[in-house]
Design a protein around this ligand. Sequence first.
Ligand code: AKG
Ligand code: FE2
Length: 202
Amino acid sequence: MEQLSLFGANESLRFPEELLEFYPQFLDTKQCMDLLKVLIEEVPWRQQIIQMYGKPVVTPRLTAWYGDTNRTYRFSGTKFDPVPWTDSLLHLKKEIETLTKLEFNSVLLNYYRDGNDSVAWHADNERELGTRPHIASLSIGQARDFEFRRKADHSGKYALRLNNGSLLIMKGDLQHHWEHRIPKSKKDIAERINMTFRLIRE
Ligand SMILES: O=C(O)CCC(=O)C(=O)O
Ligand SMILES: [Fe+2]
């Protein structure tokens, strides 16, 4: 499957591209439309209260966590109890594992209902993921900007447009040195679901 150069020529000199792999058309448009509809209707979506910088905050999006049921996972201080795999999510997991030669045992789903929904700057560096976690991020629906900035230097940032059907692999030291977010959008935009496949190691 074809991978793309991620950023413009100048930017790519500075962003360590070996920390990412990007497959812009992992799923085709028809697969995405079907999946978006099924997931919106069938997933037990919840709006979580999480800890952000020590304060309880209602997440500005809906979430659900699927995975092997003997695992629990923390995101920003909140424990998730996994829902058992559905056939379609398990099938996607296997396809991603075949393509990437990586292993996963859970998936966190994020549902961005409109431009008001977002995820704030963070790194996916929970202890359960191990020291250099690999994460596969599959996006369907409305394309949104995925922004990165260095933890040590907030003066600049990079944006990658995550289009319908795209698969982004985050790996290596990315979660140690970089943060990412999905900013809000003022435009009148449609819904998006993102699935982050992860390997919980304990
Ligand atoms: O929605 C996205 O593309 C990113 C979600 C994310 O960063 C996360 O679930 O950790
Ligand atoms: Fe993340």
